[in-house]
Design a protein around this ligand. Sequence first.
Ligand code: OXD
Ligand code: MN
Length: 641
Amino acid sequence: MLNIKVIPEDYVQKAAKCAQVALGCSRAAHQAALRGSIKLNPQLAALTPKVRAFVERSAALCEPEHVHVCDGSEAEAGALLHLMHQQGTVKPLPQYDNCWLTRTDPADVARVESRTFICSEHERDVVPIARAGRKSALGNYIAPHDYDKAVADRFPGCMRGRTMYVIPFSMGPVGSPLSKIGVEVTDSPYVVYSMRVMTRMGNKVLEALRKDEQFVRCLHSVGRTHGTNTAGWPCDPQRTVILHRPIDNEIISYGSGYGGNSLLGKKCFALRLGSVLARREGWLAEHMLIVGITDPKGRKRYIAAAFPSACGKTNLAMMTPTLPGYKVECVGDDIAWMKFDNNGVLRAINPENGFFGVAPGTSTSTNPIAMASVFRNTVFTNVAETAEGGVWWEGMGKAPEALIDWKGQPWDPSKKTPAAHPNSRFCTPAEQCPIIDGDWESAEGVPISAILLGGRRPAGVPLVIEARDWQHGVFMGAAMRSEATAAAEHSGKVVMHDPFAMRPFFGYNFGEYLRHWLSMPQAGRQMPKIFHVNWFRKDQQGKFIWPGFGENSRVLDWVLRRCDDEPCHDSTPLGYVPAPGALNTNGLSDLNMNELFSIPKDFWMQEADAIEKYFKEEVGDDLPNEMWDELNKLRKNIQQS
Ligand code: OXD
Ligand code: MN
């Protein structure tokens, strides 16, 4: 749980009062707190009353030197870059057009799941009831009292001497009925600049707020600096905490400037709070890419796909298909908000406006489209720098002679440390993607025909399996597992359970999440088919069996044919797989189809045991019975095979 510092009682009381002032006290009280303490920017007068009250309360708590309301303009973005350059946060990359390099503090390089909490009155709102005596690791709960204390311990005066930026932002196209608005206040110009890429922000959102004043309050500070790169990257890694209080539409993040910890529209809003809103309002907020696929007959369909962080979502979202006649267009690479429309069609929007993609592994052969997107108007974080003022990362191609590594030191390949951090990123406007879909900003969203689930499974799991029906698909999602990646603080090649690729992002009890998914089929709705895919199976020698990347279009071809109900499948104990010859493998040599699709009985008996253990230990009484029914079916099918 939270490591709350022991501090003198009178300080706690003072700070708690201050926090109360900041987070929902009466107007009179916060005005009293403000009196004489900070200079207020005249821009504040233009804010709607609720936004202004939030900004003023935040300012009273954090005591910034200045408050700046972001308009989202080019001029503002230029000024931010200039300031960050002066402060040593970014440096220009002269080899490209308007590209910048940031090196973070080495202690602030990824999402910190262990310090990310959801607050609610009852623990069970957030964490499933696990087997007696064990605490479920699904969902990190914080009680309201500890939440307030965590804020009181960290925020009072934390922005002294800094500017507090106010970022009005929209998740989704401004004005779409599927979009939602947030306001993030932050003391990090890097966050402002990145939010301008990752969301729609500025005056147009303030305008929208004048019509509907509802918004999610996001408070962020990099904290009173205790990092090592204090000039360029202020942060307070020892005391980092990321808090969500869904009942109040509130996110509060302290101590980290990195990605999902600080760009609060992304994981915090679009997934954690989003999943709560989605359940309340009857839609789905998911960790999924969205892609449009046109087949050789010219028919276009869209699919959404859930893979855990750093498992190739961006690659699939921007795939260059090798199958002749196919065309792929990108709607989004990380998050999907999906809702059934009045005609029963599931429609999806990408709530984001940019790509915050993992750089290592991206190359002209793995993802030429990303490579064609990222060398303009991009902030690179923690990649290596070349002598010519360019960037490099592992997997991009041959390493240039002289490199500066992500820590700013000359890189010595003999030391075997990576030149770029494994979770180094590019932050790039989506509109720069050469295959961005014509409808990527469509207000009503794009129609979803199929949902793919998957992960990194080196052993036992076939290339593609179609769920027999929706309930079976929900079970597949609940049972998802994947090798850990560098996107969060986990290390090693351990295979982790990651249901629906949402394990770090559930905003409420996972058992209830499953019930919500199970409630989706309703009269008049056209349910998308659900598939599980695994591009990462290895042979006895540890080599990938399937070539992946553009060749995954062969799997998409089969998926779309199944969406047309073409009888090109065989039934197996796990679900449907391509019938012999149905997966188009023309031109692929040395492909061991038997190994790719084998269903080893011992492996699957163990897998069923692991799923049972996980369900019992992590979800317990909150698991819907339908999931036990599906597990029993799986066991029976495997036993009889
Ligand atoms: C991401 C993640 O940054 O999933 O998208 O960690
Ligand atoms: Mn992600």
